[in-house]
Ligand binder design. Structure first.
Ligand code: MG
Length: 287
C-alpha cells in the first residue's frame, strides 16, 4: 500500500508546485496606430509588462502579475442614501443633471436620468462648479447581469479636478490588473482591499481628496492625496498621486488652477449613479 501511495503523493505535490511556479501566460497584440502592443494574460488577468516600472516597485504599470488585494465582504448598507450635511453642495439628488455639463463640448450632460438614477452614456460629464480639496459622497451600481471582463466590465471613474482618477469598475468575482481595480488610483496604486458588492447592488464611495499644490514656477510642492472608503472599507489611506491618471504611463503633474471641475467617466459601459454631494474640506484646521 505504502509503495503506491507515497509516489502518488510525491507526484501530486510536484505537479502542484510546477503549476504554482509556472503561471499560464498568453500574449495578444493590440494595434494602436502603427504600433503592436503586447497584452499579456497571466492566470486570467490581462495587462502589460512593456510599460514603465512603478517607482520603487517591482511591478510595471498595469502589471497582470501584481498580486490581487484581499477580498473583504462589506457590511450591509454603509452610508447608502446618506443625507448631505448642512454645508454640502448637492451635485445629484435624483432629479436632473443641472449641476453637470458634457466634458467634451460644454453642452448639457448627455447621461440618462430615470427613476432617480443617472446612467453613464455618450461622454464624460463634469460639474459646473469647480473644486479643490473636497469630501465626496457618491453611490454607483454596476450593470446586472454583468457584461464584459477586465477593464470592460462596468468601467467608469471619479476624476478629481478632471485629472486624478479613482477607478469605478465591477471587480466582484472578476479580475483585472491590480492598479486598475475598483478604488485604484488608476495606473498607480491598487486598492488595499477588494470590497466590491455584487453587480446590481448599490455601492458607496466616501472620499477625501486633497488637491496638489504648485509653486510660482509650476513645480509640485505637495502632491494630490486621496483617502477612499468603499462600502465602509478603507481602500486608500492618504495615498499620493504621482500625477494625472493615464493609461500605460506613470502619470505626471502639470501646474493647474487651485479649483477645477469634478468629472465622471463614460467608458462605453452603462454605470448608474445616485446621491452625489461634496463638501469643501479644508486640509488644516485654523488655530
Ligand atoms: Mg475608469
Amino acid at each position: 500500500m505504502k509503495k503506491t501511495i507515497l509516489p502518488t503523493l510525491l507526484i501530486t505535490v510536484l505537479v502542484g508546485l510546477r503549476v504554482q511556479a509556472d503561471p499560464t501566460i498568453t500574449t495578444n497584440y493590440i494595434k494602436i496606430g502603427n504600433a503592436q502592443i503586447p497584452e499579456l494574460t497571466i492566470d486570467g488577468v490581462e495587462g502589460f509588462q512593456d510599460t514603465p516600472l512603478e517607482p520603487g516597485s517591482q511591478w510595471h504599470v498595469h502589471d497582470p502579475a501584481r498580486p490581487q488585494p484581499p477580498v473583504v465582504t462589506p457590511g450591509a448598507t454603509f452610508s447608502q442614501m446618506a443625507p448631505p450635511p448642512s454645508d454640502a453642495i448637492v451635485l445629484f439628488d435624483g432629479k436632473d443633471l443641472s449641476q453637470w455639463r458634457d466634458k467634451g463640448n460644454g453642452g448639457p450632460a448627455q447621461w440618462r436620468v430615470e427613476d432617480g438614477v443617472a446612467v453613464s452614456a455618450k461622454g464624460d460629464i463634469q460639474t459646473v462648479q469647480k473644486f479643490g480639496d473636497i469630501q465626496l459622497h457618491l453611490e454607483f451600481r454596476e450593470p446586472t447581469p454583468p457584461r464584459g471582463d477586465g477593464q470592460g466590465r462596468g468601467n467608469s471613474g471619479v476624476y478629481f479636478m478632471g485629472l486624478y482618477e479613482v477607478q469605478v469598475l465591477d471587480c466582484y468575482d472578476a479580475k483585472t490588473y491590480a492598479d486598475g481595480m475598483t478604488g485604484a488610483l488608476y495606473g498607480q496604486h491598487p486598492p488595499l482591499a477588494n470590497a466590491c458588492r455584487p453587480p446590481g447592488e448599490w455601492q458607496t464611495y466616501d472620499i477625501v481628496f486633497t488637491a496638489p499644490r504648485f509653486d510660482a514656477d509650476g513645480k509640485v510642492t505637495s502632491p494630490a492625496y486621496v483617502t477612499v472608503i468603499l462600502n465602509g472599507v478603507v481602500i486608500q489611506n492618504h495615498q499620493a498621486y504621482r500625477g494625472a491618471s493615464n493609461w500605460r504611463s506613470l502619470g505626471s503633474y502639470s501646474a493647474h488652477d487651485a479649483e477645477l471641475p469634478l468629472a465622471l467617466q463614460y467608458h462605453s459601459n452603462p454605470v448608474s449613479f445616485r446621491n452625489i454631494w461634496v463638501r469643501k474640506a479644508p486640509v488644516v484646521n485654523e488655530p
